[in-house]
Design a protein around this ligand. Structure first.
Ligand code: KG4
Ligand code: ZN
Length: 359
């Protein structure tokens, strides 16, 4: 099965061609970072308009890279949520229109499921079931992945998402948007520990997390520090996030009995976090799996890939759409879901997961 994947949920237009047997064949991406940077964050209306401008040229680019044409496609997968409503509508409208013209199915995909399964696109894909840490600009969650579509929320942030904390802290340090990569670059020149930041909820007896106190503590430090100290503050901030997530990872593995951890979402690109998790989990005899670095942030490949796995498990596009409560091409209408709970997805029983129920 050959799929085109379309991702437009936020500030990246991602198009990819994925073959369920041959893997990723074409991958084209445009980041709107430069466009939003003057505003210090994503401006939804500008995001939607830019997706409109980019989506068709990027589709052509991904298809050309894959050496296929539109007529070769078996289905079009698109991010139906969660995300910015206007931005989602661009990808959804293009996907549904293309699918209608080509008389093939359009498959709505949950953005976070795309992230969650993206480590399976890497060199050492983990077997199901596994523990997953989703850390993006909008989410910080521990999920038990019992099987495809069978996701159980174990804990989440009680305030800011980890990526949001990176972005806000970067702003306090005078860095641009998005803050994560900029803060990480600055932290490379700094030493953690010279300034001391709190580790909120480190010892709480659950898998919930809190990041907003870190940002407040940084704002107090920055007030009295001079710019030469900023690299050390950035390094300590990164270390605090890595310490928090590593401690919770060990707790989550102990609680679930899983031996594999998958880290997905933009913050999963952070090298200090990767090193901290890898060291701690190896010491425990557990493994940790990350998506390839370029697939950590939003992209079309993870959307086409997730749809491909769902399709293989469901058996046919019609069966998959029926599971999602939609009839294939029957109504001519579609919708997006700016808010969409990952745990509400219908479970699919794959050969790896012969009907194992959640505890
Ligand atoms: O998954 P993603 O691309 O978009 C969402 O769905 O939110 O994640 C974006 C988030 C931003 O908050 C960004 O600052 C953060 O991921 N991020 C990083 C790094 N690269 C991106 N945070 C820390 N270190 C990085 N290297
Ligand atoms: Zn994302």
């Amino acid at each position: 099965m050959l799929l085109l994947g379309i991702e437009t949920s936020c500030d990246e237009t991602g198009l990819a061609v994925y073959d369920t047997t041959r893997g990723l064949l074409g991958d084209a991406l445009h980041s709107q970072v430069a466009m939003h940077t003057d505003y210090g964050g994503v401006v939804p209306e500008l995001a939607s308009r830019d997706h409109i401008r980019r989506v068709i040229p990027l589709a052509r680019q991904a298809l050309a890279q894959a050496g296929v044409t539109l007529q070769d496609l078996d289905a079009i997968a698109y991010t139906a949520g969660p995300g910015l409503a206007g931005a989602l509508l661009v990808g959804a409208a293009v996907a549904e229109a293309l699918a209608c013209a080509l008389q093939i199915p359009a498959l709505p995909v949950h953005h976070l499921e795309g992230h969650l399964l993206s480590p399976l696109l890497g060199a050492a894909p983990p077997a199901l079931p596994f523990l997953a840490l989703l850390v993006s600009g909008g989410h910080s969650q521990w999920m038990a992945v019992h099987g495809l579509g069978h996701y159980e929320l174990l804990g989440e942030t009680v305030d800011d998402a980890a990526g949001e904390a990176f972005d806000k802290t970067a702003k306090l340090l005078g860095l641009g948007y998005p803050g994560g990569p900029a803060l990480a670059a600055l932290a490379r020149h700094g030493t953690p520990g010279r300034f001391r930041l709190p580790r909120p909820m480190l010892h709480s007896d659950d898998l919930d997390m809190s990041f907003s106190g870190l940002k407040t503590a940084v704002s107090l430090l920055v007030r009295d520090a001079n710019p030469a100290d900023h690299a050390d503050i950035a390094a300590e901030f990164e270390q605090a996030v890595a310490d928090l997530l590593t401690a919770k990872a060990l707790r989550a593995l102990q609680q679930t009995g899983f031996e594999r951890l998958v880290v997905a979402g933009g913050v999963g690109a952070n090298l200090r976090l990767r090193a901290s998790l890898t060291e701690a989990l190896q010491a425990r005899g557990c493994s940790v799996h990350f998506p390839p670095l370029h697939l950590c942030t939003d992209n079309g490949a993870m959307i086409a890939h997730a749809a491909g796995l769902r399709l293989a498990a469901a058996g046919s596009p019609a069966a998959l759409l029926a599971l999602d409560g939609q009839a294939a091409g029957a109504t001519g209408s579609f919708s997006v879901r700016p808010r969409w709970d990952l745990a509400s997805l219908p479970p699919l029983h794959t050969p790896h997961t012969p009907g194992r129920a959640a505890p």
